[in-house]
Write a protein that binds this ligand. Structure first.
Ligand SMILES: Nc1nc2c(c(=O)[nH]1)N[C@H]1C(S)=C(S)[C@@H](COP(=O)(O)OP(=O)(O)OC[C@H]3O[C@@H](n4cnc5c(=O)[nH]c(N)nc54)[C@H](O)[C@@H]3O)O[C@H]1N2
Ligand SMILES: Nc1nc2c(c(=O)[nH]1)N[C@H]1C(S)=C(S)[C@@H](COP(=O)(O)OP(=O)(O)OC[C@H]3O[C@@H](n4cnc5c(=O)[nH]c(N)nc54)[C@H](O)[C@@H]3O)O[C@H]1N2
Ligand code: SF4
Ligand SMILES: [Mo]
Length: 753
């Protein structure tokens, strides 16, 4: 028997923490944290409930281990095992046939959170000739990247430095649950220091509980709040005049625009005390360095997402908190090959770019919008990740599937996502996918989405594949490491699948590296880093310099910011060219409930409240880890939370089964009471039953407690197309029902008519 200790990585969240695998005769028998590589701190892993899952997952009974081809009608649960060659030959042939009939843009793709390296999929799509990559871009990360880029010429990342950062804002993010690791520990350390922590969140999260000031904002009104902070800062003369005079464009316009956002007015819109607004503004502006981290709470607020991020950019700028120690940094471009190059978006031919579904519906989030910004950022040598910033809008892709407008989308590749639970409007996603000619899903498990596929391809996970995470290519950092063992059974890396499909479809020259590890090695080589040396360290990271706008360019003048004016654009010169406003302008949060539903609700004794969805909770992640028995024991059912006062007003008690409904659909949850704003319900997301027989009629339980049965993916924000997962109107009523989650054996619930 041979026993080896192999370095490898966890990939159950974006940290990709270092692990050591004990391998006996090619099988992993034990996994431990590796204190010698990132995050260099055994306590981080001691506090994490997930990494131990890696061992069981390697040989889990529910893993898909062989390529499967649909044998019965779609979703019938009947499969035949096929060889990789048969699967890939057939998929390639069918893609070719569909492309010949409808054009290559008839193929779309779908991705989810940062679980895998997505550039192989996008390279394949670009070379195939389709711009139709759907993702989560419009509602996760991407609105901030866009608005940062338009205002500062690049993205900014919080720079929290103990002893230097004198004030920290957490705005619509709860790292206690979403990042219960290194970052949350740094927030806890910060909270214990004298420097003030301010949390803007409608719920009293763990972060809010340790904050010096908690602003329980009415969901969807954050833009107004940010403009209110700006009003106080300008009215009280707390502005960093030197930075504004030297480096900001449009200050007078901004000052005029925010004048009527007085604390009293803002208090009335956001429902937070006027005194707290004043206090928060002073804390931010009077700190020598103030940092701000924003999250999904404002990224997913529909129409207001872009103006909120713009207002936050202005807040940083007028207080001089830009590219400064302890506030934020504009990261450097990577020294290694960027994801933008790897995905080969430039290989997408002009006639295929022109078929981008987003044009003209979301004028910033499309190739035209990207092409306006690209020369600006490239002036200072940085390129924004194109595939995120041009990703196709799900509403438009679904419409092309449903009615063939403006052309038919007939095939879809789903890579590391579970859209039947995590994309908005499950009913619509389900019907559209059921009608496709070809649906290929790459996953570890037979998810509800996989259960309606034509092919399910078995994918190698962490431990079985190398990892290189690069923060979307907007920073000079990467982390990861090697596979400990080759993939078990017939699983393959995502990379191998797209390369093999590419080779079958005439893309030979584009896939020179035979393996993912070779591809990573080639990616790092440009930075002068050897893959094996990288694997020993686990990270590549270069500290960016601060105040880079002051560096002298070749003409002897400061290089400034990569915007149209070379300055920080408080008033945007570029947005009006796309039909957008120069200054951050909030709109009213949207309403999904038509009057009839509200009237009907009232007649049935239901109550109308605002809803936020998907607030992160350990131990689950979106639709993942519901197959973990100990997680299920500790967190057994899907929950809808409200304040005690609201529950009393609605005559609901903890443990009641409640139905939450919008005009899009309904779902049922167990009621819990939590500390949060009144007249608000916070609803879990991602819930399904991996232990049920996959496919019809229950499709893993997606019709029962899946909050995305209630949401809509219609574009709300006019530039990017962000839809609404938060600040949604809904009705709540008690129902006399015991959810399948509460029954010991579970019980299938079919699709409602
Ligand atoms: N209502 C509501 N909806 C939301 C949100 C919300 O807050 N509220 N949040 C949104 C956000 S921010 C996000 S990012 C999305 C997340 O949405 P998803 O990314 O779709 O969510 P997951 O459940 O994490 O799905 C990941 C799937 O990929 C598989 N997988 C994991 N790693 C790999 C891999 O390396 N290769 C392959 N091929 N498969 C892999 C897993 O088994 C799992 O089935 O949800 C969005 N949807
Ligand atoms: N356990 C776990 N961790 C995860 C994930 C997971 O599914 N589970 N998903 C990962 C992914 S894909 C992402 S994108 C990140 C997200 O990570 P975060 O951005 O930290 O997301 P949340 O933890 O949901 O925090 C969002 C907060 O915004 C608040 N909020 C809701 N609406 C509003 C609003 O209108 N205004 C304001 N100011 N706040 C509002 C919610 O109450 C919530 O506390 O987490 C990642 N980490
Ligand atoms: S923090 Fe994330 S990557 Fe690290 S061990 Fe936990 S789940 Fe894995
Ligand atoms: Mo996300």
């Amino acid at each position: 028997m041979t026993t080896e200790i192999k370095p490898t990585n966890c990939h159950y969240c974006g940290y990709c923490c270092a692990l050591l695998a004990t391998v006996e005769d090619g099988r992993v028998v034990k996994i431990d944290p590796d204190p010698a590589r990132y995050p260099y701190d055994a306590r981080v892993l001691a506090g994490c409930r997930r990494w131990r899952m890696n061992l069981d997952a390697l040989d889990g009974a529910d893993r898909v281990n062989y390529p499967l081809r649909r044998a019965g009608s779609r979703g019938s649960g009947k499969w035949e095992r096929v060889s990789w060659d048969d699967a890939l030959d057939d998929i390639a042939a069918r893609l070719q046939e569909l492309a010949a009939e409808h054009g290559p843009e008839t193929l779309a793709s779908a991705i989810g959170g940062p679980h895998a390296s997505f550039w192989p999929l996008h390279r394949f799509m670009n070379l195939f000739g389709s711009p139709n990559n759907m993702g989560i871009g419009q509602i996760c990360w991407n609105p901030r990247i866009w608005m940062d880029a338009l205002t500062f010429g690049w993205t900014v990342e919080a720079d929290i430095v103990p002893g230097v950062t004198e004030c920290l804002f957490l705005w619509g993010t709860n790292p206690a649950e979403s990042d219960n690791s290194a970052f949350w520990r740094s927030v806890l350390r910060f909270a214990k220091s004298d420097a003030p922590l301010v949390v803007v969140d409608p719920r009293r999260t763990q972060a809010a509980a340790v904050a010096d000031l908690w602003l329980p904002v009415r969901p969807g009104t954050d833009c107004t709040l940010a403009l209110g902070l700006l009003q106080v800062i300008i009215a009280e003369n707390l502005v960093d005049r030197a930075f504004v005079d030297a480096w900001c464009f449009g200050y007078d316009e901004l000052a005029a625009c925010v004048r009527h956002y007085t604390p009293e007015y803002v208090a009335s819109v956001c429902d937070v005390p006027a005194d707290d607004i004043v206090r928060a503004a002073r804390l931010f502006a009077q700190a020598g360095a103030a940092a701000l981290v924003s999250g999904r709470g404002i990224d997913q607020a529909g129409a207001n997402v872009a103006p909120t991020h713009r207002a936050i950019c202005c807040l940083r700028a007028v207080t001089g908190n830009v590219d400064k120690p302890g506030s934020c940094v504009l990261a450097d471009a990577p020294d290694f090959v960027s994801e933008m190059e790897l995905e080969m978006t430039d290989a997408l031919k002009p006639e295929h770019r022109a078929r981008c579904l987003n044009t003209p519906h979301t004028p910033l989030q499309c190739f035209d919008g990207y092409d306006l910004v690209r020369p600006l950022t490239e002036r200072l040598g940085r390129t924004l990740p194109e595939r995120y910033l041009t990703s196709a809008h799900p509403h438009l892709v679904l419409r092309a599937m449903e009615v063939g407008d403006p052309y038919p989308v007939r095939a879809l590749i789903v890579n590391a996502t579970n859209p039947l639970l995590t994309y908005a409007d499950t009913h619509r996603v389900f019907e559209a996918f059921m009608g496709l000619d070809l649906l290929v899903v790459l996953d570890y498990y037979m998810t509800p989405t996989a259960s309606i596929a034509d092919y399910v391809l078995p994918i190698a996970g962490a431990i079985e594949r190398p990892v290189l995470q690069v923060h979307g290519g907007v920073a000079n950092m990467g982390y990861g490491g090697p596979a400990a063992v080759p993939p078990y059974y017939e699983r393959r890396c995502d990379y191998d699948v797209f390369r093999e499909l590419g080779l079958r479809l005439g893309q030979k020259d584009a896939w020179p590296e035979e393996t993912l590890a070779d591809a990573f090695a080639a990616q790092l080589a440009r930075a002068g880093v050897d893959w094996d040396a990288f694997c020993d360290l686990g990270t590549y990271w270069q500290q960016p310099a601060y105040a880079k706008h002051e560096l002298l360019g070749p003409d002897g003048r400061p290089q400034g910011f990569a915007t149209t004016t070379g300055k920080v654009e408080l008033a945007s010169e570029l947005l009006p060219r796309l039909g957008g406003p120069r200054l951050p302008t909030p709109t009213r949060p949207i309403t999904l409930c038509p009057q009839e539903l509200l009237d009907d609700a009232r007649a049935k004794g239901a109550a109308h409240v605002a809803m936020i969805t998907g607030s992160r909770k350990q131990p689950y992640n979106a639709s993942m880890y519901f197959n973990n028995a100990s997680f299920r024991e500790k967190s057994p059912y899907p929950v809808a939370e409200m304040s005690e006062a609201t529950a009393e007003r609605l005559r609901l008690a903890p443990g009641d089964c409640v139905e939450v409904a919008t005009d899009n659909g309904s779902a049922c949850f167990v009621l819990a009471v939590a500390r949060m704003r009144d007249d608000l319900v916070n609803v879990d997301y991602g819930w399904w039953h991996p232990e049920w027989e996959p496919g019809a009629p229950a499709f893993g339980g997606i019709w029962e407690s899946n909050v995305n049965c209630l949401t809509s993916c219609k574009p709300e924000e006019p530039m990017i197309g962000t839809w609404c997962y938060n600040a949604v109107d809904c009705v709540v009523r008690k129902v006399d029902r015991v959810l399948s989650w509460e029954r010991p054996t579970g019980e299938s619930v079919g699709k409602p008519d």
